[in-house]
Design a protein around this ligand. Structure first.
Ligand code: ADP
Ligand code: MG
Length: 243
């Protein structure tokens, strides 16, 4: 359902992604872990063509984009079938919670206001923020802002949601509520790639762990295997440092 094949990306002659391949089935949750500067964010950004890869192929459902023959129409479709959740929420400060969620429906999906509002109301309920519908981001906690960020991602009904360290800007006591929302999406069979430093969460919520280091996938496997019996020395070293 999601297939990334031989993805390469360099910045200024430095290889940041070196021949990355991975696959996800529908409803699968993959956690990507690894040291900073390793290319995790770049990988997510390449998957939805926020960043144009140098080489490789991205397949989401029946949409296929090869760098060599990248057709604009397919890139557009690829972007529309993915949604991204960022570390810093990236909400519109001058829009309320509900308006933030409605925005992609009005702009991307060109829906009528009342139709968009209906969907946004449902999503607010899903993320547990019905009572905050008319509140501006500055009056929400970090955790609530991130839940709105997730709500906005859900609005476009994506095939896959890409999370880039969704909890790393949060106070520790706010992390749980965001992870709970992500877990509830996993239960609803949402396909997700989550770059995270929360090893406990990765262990609990992910079907598969990918350990990346210096632009390559060093090791991947079931959470139990990666966390309890990692095989590659680099994985072992990383986990020793972090846990
Ligand atoms: P991670 O998310 O694992 O911390 P990144 O994907 O953000 O790693 O970055 C990987 C490497 O690529 C880093 O060395 C970073 O400085 C570099 N990099 C990322 N984006 C750009 C960019 N737009 N221009 C130049 N270098 C970049
Ligand atoms: Mg990053």
């Amino acid at each position: 359902m999601i297939k990334v094949t031989n993805l390469c990306k360099s910045f200024n002659g430095i290889e940041v992604l070196k021949d990355i391949s991975l696959q996800l089935k529908k409803g699968e949750v993959v956690a990507v872990i690894g040291p900073s500067g390793t290319g995790k964010s770049t990988l997510l950004r390449c998957i939805n063509y926020l960043e144009v890869p140098d080489k490789g192929e991205i397949e989401i459902g029946d949409i296929k984009v090869d760098v060599k023959t990248a057709i604009k129409k397919n890139i557009y479709k690829l972007r529309k079938s993915t949604a991204m959740v960022f570390q810093n929420y990236n909400l519109f400060k001058n829009k309320t919670a509900i308006e933030n969620i409605m925005e992609p429906l009005l702009v991307v999906k060109k829906m009528k206001r009342d139709e968009a509002e209906k969907i946004a109301v449902r999503i607010l309920k899903q993320i547990g923020l019905s009572d905050k519908r008319d509140v501006y981001p500055s009056k929400l906690s970090g955790g609530q802002q991130q839940r709105v960020g997730i709500g906005r991602a859900l609005a476009v009904n994506p095939e896959i949601i890409l999370f880039d360290e969704p909890t790393s800007a949060l106070d520790p006591e706010r992390v749980g509520e965001v992870l709970d929302v992500i877990k509830s999406l996993a239960q609803k069979n949402m396909t997700m790639i989550i770059v995270t430093h929360e090893m406990r969460f990765a262990k609990e919520a992910a079907d598969k762990i990918i350990f990346m280091d210096k632009g390559v996938i060093v090791e991947e496997g079931k959470p139990d295997d990666i966390f309890n019996s990692p095989k590659n020395p680099r994985t072992i070293k990383f986990l020793e440092q972090i846990i």
